[in-house]
Design a protein around this ligand. Structure first.
Ligand code: GAP
Length: 545
């Protein structure tokens, strides 16, 4: 079952330590999120998979890690100072500031159930708002110390084009890949980590001979789609949007947006742009001698000609660029969305269901009556609660997401609801993240059947140490609950394998031939298999792909 709501993903992420709201203990900072112990593993695994596929497994690619702070002139000649703007409108009544082209994503500040414009408010004329964050370099604040935080990693690649070419002797076509932070002062950051003010990008600038760009554009689209599918994103959840001419960025001749079916609908996961010779041409000196095809601003500041000497024609040419640019955070969100599953594994006892229903009704009544709650939060909690109520018992696990919603935790009756819901969920449901094993934050959990049996504990701890020894399999030891509950916990964070050490391992079970073997439980099928300890490492490694 695909994720139904963003709230389920947000709740799981917070509950289990994937992702937390930024600066939470000080009331947060809008548009920022912190990755917790499991989130950082998942994010690192995604980035490593991208680097492996695009740098190591190809022979036409180099890597780069450029500085986040760059000379202001980079952003002048890239066109960002002039054109990296969103249209901003103010509502004359509620005083909210909104992105004029994204009103559907925003809410009126006075009427939480309405979008801006659906109320009695009127807007100012749209005006351009530049999304680059400004900062100052060094102790003196003057025009020379002014700088921006980079809004994309791409420009670090373009300004290093000549450096990479000189030090690697690459021939066209070739690419430069980079992963790094980018910052955008989004007018309305929204939808968890989908639209944030600080995020990471995985970008490739692929340089080709002029005239070959269309074929490479199509090839990169196919490659990138195949890669996302190889990570587990289902074809039905991926779409390609061929950007119409009037929506293209200033540098683009054509752009394919690779869209994923997030809980908010199909939205951009990665853009694959055909950037012509705009970037290298813009950042070059002596532009008049270079036959640049794109329209670029005259550059009186650059010290380099960003060209490539083409042996075949005996001429210096300005390469064209294909740019596959993916968001790491949106990648993480897509993987979580795709992997999220709630399964009912046992019938719920009627009296338990009744108790949860009563507690939910009481909770919703209390939310409805609470006039301290901001109207937007109250309406969202009530709408979600009503949807859960309608679909009980299948929707029961969503009660956790409901209680985790902004505003809901402060309602006294939420504790009572949690008290009724948690044991019912534990008894009859499991939440599973069907992450591809190589992406899972934790690959193996080693669980002792009895935590007060010294021999069992010693073997389990040794297995954990051995499995993790070569650094390829993040393995944990957990003895903090009954075995069924421990399995459930690992399912919820996507751990593909649980290894259980029991009395059979000690040779004290019914079947003495099982001495020195352990149980390996598969997350998805819940099937268990007996594996000799000596073969465990190889057995698991073969499955963690
Ligand atoms: N260098 C080209 C470029 O930056 P973009 O379409 O603006 O193109 C590329 O950004 C990718 O970066 C997007 O497809 C998206 O995945 C991610 N991205 C952009 N803005 C974002 C934001 N505010 N929050 C999270 N991810 C974002």
């Amino acid at each position: 079952m695909p994720a139904i709501t963003m709230d389920q993903i947000v709740s799981l992420c917070k509950r289990r330590g994937f992702i937390f709201p930024g600066s939470d203990i000080y009331g947060g900072l809008q548009g920022t999120y912190d990755y917790g112990p499991l989130g950082v593993e998942l994010k690192n695994n995604l980035k490593a998979a991208w680097w492996r596929a695009n740098v190591y497994e190809r022979d036409d690619m180099e890597g780069l890690d450029a500085a986040i702070l760059m000379n202001r002139l980079v952003w002048k000649y890239s066109g960002h100072e002039e054109t990296f703007v969103d249209p901003l409108v103010d509502c004359m009544v509620c005083k909210g500031r909104f992105r004029a082209d994204r009103l559907k994503d925003a809410r009126c500040l006075l009427h939480a159930n309405k979008r801006p414009g659906e109320c009695e408010g009127t807007f100012t004329e749209p005006r351009p708002f530049n999304m680059m964050f400004q900062t100052q370099i060094g102790p003196v604040a003057d025009s020379d110390s002014f700088a921006y935080l980079r809004p994309e990693t791409a420009q670090g690649i373009f300004v290093n084009f000549a450096n990479v070419l000189a030090t690697t002797s690459r021939k066209l076509p070739f690419g430069i890949a980079q992963i790094g932070k980018a910052f955008r002062n989004e007018i309305n950051p929204r939808n968890f980590i989908f639209r944030v003010r600080e995020f990471e990008q995985m970008e490739i600038e692929y340089f080709v001979k002029p005239g070959e760009e269309d074929a490479w554009h199509q090839r990169w689209l196919d490659d990138r789609l195949a890669w996302w599918r190889s990570l587990g994103l289902h074809s039905d959840n991926l779409q390609v949007y061929n950007t119409p001419a009037d929506e293209l960025a200033h540098y683009s001749k054509a752009t394919f947006d690779l869209m994923y079916r997030f809980p908010i609908g199909f939205e951009e996961l990665e853009g694959i742009a055909s950037r012509t010779d705009y970037d290298l041409g813009s950042h070059s000196k002596d532009q008049e001698r270079m036959q640049i095809m794109a329209r670029v601003n005259p550059n009186a500041d650059s010290t380099e000609r960003l060209t490539y000497f083409d042996q075949e024609s005996g001429q210096h040419i300005v390469p064209f660029v294909i740019e596959p640019s993916a968001g790491v955070d949106r990648g993480v969100l897509a993987l979580l969305t795709e992997a999220y599953d709630e399964q009912q594994i046992k019938e719920l006892k009627p009296e338990r269901q009744q108790a949860v229903t009563d507690a939910l009704d009481a909770f919703l009544k209390s939310v409805d009556r609470n006039d301290k709650l901001p109207a937007e939060q109250r309406d969202e909690v009530l709408a979600y609660g009503a949807a859960i109520r309608r679909d009980l018992p299948a929707s029961l696990p969503q009660v956790q997401a409901l209680i985790d919603m902004p505003g809901a935790r402060g309602i006294e009756l939420s504790k009572k609801l949690r008290g009724q819901a948690d044991p019912a969920i534990d008894e009859s449901f499991r939440t599973v993240l069907h992450l591809k094993p190589s992406l899972a934050p934790i690959k193996v959990a080693v669980l002792p059947l009895k935590r007060n049996q010294d021999e069992i504990v010693a073997i389990a701890r040794q297995i954990r140490k051995d499995l993790q020894a070569d650094g390829t399999m993040r393995t944990i030891y957990d003895d903090t609950g009954a075995i069924g509950r421990l399995y459930r916990r690992q399912d919820e964070i996507g751990t593909p394998f649980c290894v259980t050490v029991d009395f059979d391992t000690l040779g004290q079970g019914k079947d003495v031939t099982l001495k020195d073997t352990v149980t390996v439980r598969d997350r998805d099928s819940m099937q268990q298999e007996r594996v000799p300890i000596g073969e465990l490492q190889a057995y698991l490694k073969a499955k963690i792909v």
